[in-house]
Design a protein around this ligand. Sequence first.
Ligand code: RP5
Length: 166
Amino acid sequence: MSETTTPQIGIIMGSKSDLPVMQDAADILKELGVAYEITIVSAHRTPHRMVNYAESAQKRGLKAIIAGAGGAAHLPGMVASMTTLPVIGVPVKSSNSIDGWDSILSILQMPNGVPVATVALNAAKNAGILAAQMVGAFDLNVQVNLQNYKISLANKVKKDALELGG
Ligand code: RP5
């Protein structure tokens, strides 16, 4: 486990309806020993809350932000415009989306100078792993947890292969 309990990663989402997807980021961060905070911040419904969150994130000790949203998913990009912390975007397939392409493209297609590291549709788990890797670059405990996680992935493949006979 990481020694610090000060949140290192901020997980935000545009709506509570995103939580079933975004919970995966929280779960893997917990497994990897990275302290996080999680809340709802809507770019369109609570723009001032979004500005406050983005502008205070670094001062509060966060090292990266995971932002998930669906539809016209402006949250990750707008947050990235207001902080120098890395922002990882999770396109969420919301109920009235056009197969998730609305979410994917509105998070992925950022203009030059304001990057958002975009993971696959609903891939909040990968966002959590990526965020842990950012923390792990400077935190030996987290680095070891990540190495063990990779070993567990490899072991599963070997076990599955053995079950198939080779
Ligand atoms: C986005 O609109 C949210 O991120 C969510 O994915 C989508 C739908 O929100 P609700 O209408 O379910 O609150 O802002």
